[in-house]
Design a protein around this ligand. Structure first.
Ligand SMILES: Nc1ncnc2c1ncn2[C@@H]1O[C@H](COP(=O)(O)OP(=O)(O)OP(=O)(O)O)[C@@H](O)[C@H]1O
Ligand SMILES: [Mg+2]
Length: 318
């Protein structure tokens, strides 16, 4: 079995709003193994970005723990946390708003190094090395983000995330804002960098084609909770949770021949994260829901081979 790099234990984040408490993340547990790409998928608003930000401790959890190599990040003092932060980085969806337009590309990429107290000379050398690694010319150093295209800006974001040689990179929809032709280039760059530097990715996406291409395992999230964790292959071939099956069956498929005949399409409205359904959160949209589903939240069960699912009526083969 591979080493566990990151462990998330019963993580909870409620946002207080005027309308009530938004249960954005509500009791999420999973592990990320060193060197893997674990995808986090689910519809808009299910809590993916909140979970990513909790892991980086950009926001404080309401409850629960994040352990990096067994160390509880919540127990670290300010100084210790700052140091640990260099081991966790994030790449954002929008390479336009995530890069400060007032700084040169060199300054932007060097910022995490400056925060670590690394001197100017060493920073400059490292930035040139990083530009080369992400396929940008050395001249890029003195230019500004607005002078670049979306794909090139995402390369700048990747260089910044790589600067401190982090152990884990949370990629939050890193290609969603890019043209399809550019998406493949950035995904291939991420794959290549992973191979060269042994990187570990938590890859947040709602695009299943991207997930299938980049990740070996997947966590499926619905309304603040995980409903299934398994290999990407299993999610496609033998999904256990109806939501996983419906998410896959509802995804746009360029070649209709690939659609299975007995497709289960997603239906119904997304319930409110302020007043989620009692019982299983998916029960109002699930064609198999029973009274048990409406009353009792299902627990995450292990079906063997690292396949976990939280459902009272999993799609087991007859
Ligand atoms: N700072 C905040 N204050 C109040 N509610 C918030 C805040 N941040 C997120 N939320 C709410 O928490 C829920 C989860 O949001 P989040 O951004 O994590 O979803 P997401 O899965 O990343 O969605 P998307 O796919 O659209 O990026 C949503 O209902 C959102 O409105
Ligand atoms: Mg998001």
């Amino acid at each position: 079995m591979s080493d566990v790099l990151l462990k998330v234990e019963n993580l909870v984040k409620y946002f207080k709003t005027n309308a009530g408490k938004v249960k954005a993340v509500d009791g999420v547990s999973f592990e990320v193994y060193a060197g893997e790409t674990l995808a986090l998928v689910g519809e808009s608003g299910c809590g993916k970005s909140t979970l990513g930000r909790l892991i980086l401790r950009l926001i404080e959890p309401t409850n629960g723990k994040v352990l990096l190599e067994g160390e509880d990040l919540g127990k670290l003092s300010g100084g210790q946390l700052r140091k640990k932060r260099s081991e966790l980085q994030i790449i954002f969806q929008d390479p336009f708003s995530s890069l400060d337009p007032h700084f040169t590309v060199g300054e932007i990429i060097a910022e995490p190094l400056r925060a670590m107290g690394i001197g100017k000379k060493e920073r400059e050398a490292r930035v040139l090395e990083l530009l080369d690694q992400v396929g940008l010319a050395p001249e890029t150093y003195f230019r500004y983000p607005h002078q670049f295209s979306g794909g090139q800006r995402q390369r700048i974001g990747i260089a910044r995330a790589l600067a401190t040689s982090p152990k884990l990179i949370v990629c939050d929809e890193p290609v969603s804002a890019l043209d399809v032709s550019i998406q493949a280039q950035i995904l291939n760059l991420l794959k290549q960098l992973q191979k060269e530097h042994g990187l570990t990715y938590l890859f947040i996406s709602h695009d299943l084609a991207v997930v299938r291409y980049i990740s070996s395992r997947v966590c499926v999230m619905f309304l603040g909770q995980l409903c299934e964790i398994c290999s990407t292959q299993e999610a496609y071939d033998h999904p256990l949770h109806p939501y996983t099956r419906m998410l896959i069956d509802s995804a746009p498929e360029p070649d209709p021949e690939f659609h299975r005949e007995d497709r289960l399409l997603l239906q119904g409205e997304m319930p409110s994260p302020i007043h989620p359904p009692a019982g299983c959160r998916f029960c109002t949209r699930c064609p198999f829901a029973t009274d048990e589903c409406r009353q009792t939240p299902p627990e995450m069960k292990d079906y063997g081979g690292g396949h976990l699912c939280a459902c009272h009526h999993p799609l087991l083969a007859e």
